[in-house]
Ligand binder design. Structure first.
Ligand code: ZN
Length: 490
């Protein structure tokens, strides 16, 4: 009988919380592009005699996430010291949560290939981030560094750690799990969830179980800073560990780093160096107890979560998976879509217009939906005119451009463009038609001699008229007039 191998994957995700200040002091949290060691104070440097004060906002953000994941929330919690010496951690201990995390249990449903798989969440807790080391050479080069510089701007920034049970079976599932968590933290406004800048960091634990009962040791993979890197790293590890077991050898417990360039994981730390953290309650931080009413009020203000929105968009509006995907990545965009629909625009037209026109403008000018100048109700008026066929799509785009460039209402923008929907008089329209027919006598002859079976030529004439009318004509009536005129002169 041939042996089969099943990957067993669990993920630990660190999410940088979007608070203005650090977890235990008032230093600002922004550290990208900031002068090293400029956002530090005696508290986050851990100088003797200083006292940490917990950031209530960070606690609230972690609670929001734990509640959204269906965790049971602890009524009380306390902080522990996790002791180890790293040069990027000036206190030589990290303040974290140990036996009483904020959230316990919970789950997240992951969709891959049309199937839904439930991943259980072990815990959600808070901890502070460490600083950052920059390895450098005398000449400034990083490779072959002869000394390291310590930047403590990141030390003390609040992190939320979300630990899953080893319920994930494929790299694809792992990727979708992280993507869904990222949608969640963005939707809850607790983090920007950006992997590239390090706001969302993933460590994976993976082992492979053989059908003959042998089980490889758990290997931890670090250093994956994109969803694609995560999937590739896990793919690589499954092949590597399976090959080891296939040869009858043993997979050792170790930490491996992912190298995105070579596409390999490489060993970086072995079991012998594993740390004993000697957790003990932080004597400087009193235990926290939450009023039940506070927890209830946070639960009551949770927004529509990504999976609820996905379900509503698919079942109520019949949106395609692609459309839903775009809206799930950006809550402001989704809210704009909702506003268009409640103003009477059909869901498919609203989705289509946002994905083409609105996203085009956002890509051009940047700044995201928050800075988008066209109010949903104004765009809805424009789209209603398109729906009533008073405005061609081309004319509508022109009006839309005026609306967003000059911050105009639909009415004002239409006047500015010289396009008032459906207001071309019948006589003016007939003059226009007449001139198009005269300019295209050859086409007219062909149509009259029965050479337009598929109706393509008459639509060509219709297009010419619409262009001349600059959108001020109803395409249906143009077609009707054209048919009448062509028939009438036969
Ligand atoms: Zn500080």
């Amino acid at each position: 009988m041939t042996r089969s191998y099943t990957p067993v994957i669990g993920l630990e995700i660190h999410v940088q919380l979007a608070t203005a200040t650090k977890l235990f002091c008032a230093c600002p949290t922004g550290y990208i592009g900031v002068v090293p060691n400029s956002n530090v104070c005696p508290v986050c440097l851990g100088l003797p005699g200083t006292l940490p004060v917990p950031n209530a906002r960070a606690v609230e953000f972690t609670l929001r996430t734990a509640l959204a994941l269906g965790c049971s929330v602890q009524r009380g919690t306390r902080f522990h010291r996790k002791n180890y010496f790293y040069p990027d951690l000036p206190k030589a201990y990290q303040i974290s949560q140990y036996d009483l995390p904020l959230g316990l249990g919970g789950s997240l449903d992951v969709r891959t290939d049309g199937a839904v798989h439930r991943i259980r969440i072990t815990r959600v807790h808070m901890e502070e981030d460490a600083g950052k080391l920059v390895h450098a050479c005398g000449d400034g080069r990083l490779s072959g560094a002869d000394h390291s510089l310590a930047d403590y701007n990141r030390a003390g920034i609040p992190l939320m750690e979300i630990v899953s049970e080893p319920d994930i079976r494929t790299p694809r599932e792992a990727r979708e799990y992280v993507a869904e968590l990222r949608r969640l933290v963005r939707c809850l406004d607790v983090s920007d969830g950006d992997m590239e800048s390090g706001s969302l960091r993933v460590d994976a634990n993976i082992s492979v179980k053989c059908s003959d009962g042998r089980w490889g040791s758990k290997v931890e993979i670090k250093n994956m800073n994109s969803l694609r890197a995560l999937e590739r790293a896990l793919d690589f590890e499954i092949v590597r560990q399976t090959a080891v077991l296939e040869k009858g050898e043993t997979v050792f417990q170790e930490t491996r780093h992912w190298d995105d360039v070579s596409g390999h994981t490489r060993s970086s730390r072995s079991k012998e160096e594993a740390h004993d953290y000697r957790y003990f309650p932080d004597p400087d931080l009193p235990p926290l107890f939450f009023e039940e009413s506070w927890v209830t009020s946070i639960a009551a203000t949770l927004p529509e979560l990504p999976w609820m929105r996905r379900e509503r968009y698919a079942s109520t509006f019949g949106l395609s998976g692609d459309d839903v995907g775009v809206f799930l990545e950006d809550r402001c965009l989704a809210e704009y879509f909702d506003a268009l629909v409640s103003a009477g625009v059909t869901p498919s037209r609203a989705a289509n217009w946002i994905r083409t026109e609105v996203l085009r403008v956002l890509n051009e000018v940047g700044g995201g939906m928050a800075a988008f100048p066209v109010a949903a109700v104004e765009l809805a008026s424009l789209l209603a005119a398109v729906e009533r066929r008073e405005l061609s799509v081309t004319a509508a785009r022109e009006v839309f451009d005026a609306m967003r460039k000059e911050n105009l209402s639909f009415e004002k923008a239409s006047r500015r463009c010289g396009i008032a929907s459906g207001n071309l008089g019948e006589n003016a329209l007939k003059d226009l038609l007449q001139s198009v027919l005269e300019e295209n006598a050859d086409v007219v002859t062909e149509i009259r001699s029965g050479g337009d079976v598929k109706g393509k030529k008459i639509r060509f004439l219709q297009g010419l008229v619409m262009r001349k009318a600059r959108g001020q004509a109803n395409p249906e009536s143009v077609l009707q007039f054209l048919e009448d005129m062509l028939r009438g002169e036969q």
